[in-house]
Design a protein around this ligand. Sequence first.
Ligand SMILES: Nc1ncnc2c1ncn2[C@@H]1O[C@H](COP(=O)(O)OP(=O)(O)O)[C@@H](O)[C@H]1O
Ligand SMILES: [Mg+2]
Length: 265
Amino acid sequence: MLARVEDVSKEYQLGDQPVTALHHVNLSIEQGVFMAIAGPSGSGKSTLLNLLGCIDTPTTGTVYLDGEPLSGKSADELARLRGRWIGFIFQTFNLLPVLSAAENVEYPLLQFVDMRGEERRRRVRHYLKLVGLAEFERHRPNQLSGGQRQRVAIARALAVRPKIILADEPTANLDHRTGSRILRLMRRINRSTGATFVFSTHDQRIIDLADRRVDLEDGRVVRLGVRSGHEWVYAAERAAAADRTGSAERAAAADRTGSAERAAG
Ligand SMILES: Nc1ncnc2c1ncn2[C@@H]1O[C@H](COP(=O)(O)OP(=O)(O)O)[C@@H](O)[C@H]1O
Ligand SMILES: [Mg+2]
């Protein structure tokens, strides 16, 4: 299993009010999936992505990446893991404005002190070409359209060859058509390279392209779905069916450890 979220809760303090952003969340992410985390604004999507991305730590519970628990790691260790294992794609692109497209893609590669300049430049060329921007390597972000900027951000995320790519509402700042193109590009890259993508979204189009879905409401996982052809098969429905046979506890436990895992992984 590439990533596991085990009984994770996250509480924020808002003044003297505690806010529970995630409530006993369990989730498994298998290598190579194209997973949508769906839910209305405030449901905990970004919080969950930030925990997976070593940006934040849970209040209780454990996140595992590649079998390794993230709990107990120092801020420095987490930053190091984040840089090597995680690729981020943000809704606001977050490119460095003074750098060209090529330099933006190259930038995170500088953390690999043993990587030679030749290899860095090879990767920059490769990934800019993969996202269709070979001709634009010298352009600065302000000389690129929104869709092109997001493609630079995708190339930058991929160039590190991370274990997992996390995209927090990647189409939120793009028009409908451009957003669709960006999504289809990511799906194509997912299929052709096997890169694992986890998105947050309230955009139905992303869900339509996904092969796994996690539906959040008020910080709780309300459904875990696996695509089967054009249909979604939901773990929660199986658990609910078991529930009706009168074994609520066993169903809940099976949901957490068995069917949920099969569904999400
Ligand atoms: N840094 C924070 N401090 C306080 N509350 C926060 C913080 N981040 C998120 N929250 C709260 O946690 C809940 C989930 O937020 P978030 O994960 O951003 O949801 P989403 O991405 O689905 O819109 C919301 O109620 C939000 O107000
Ligand atoms: Mg969010």
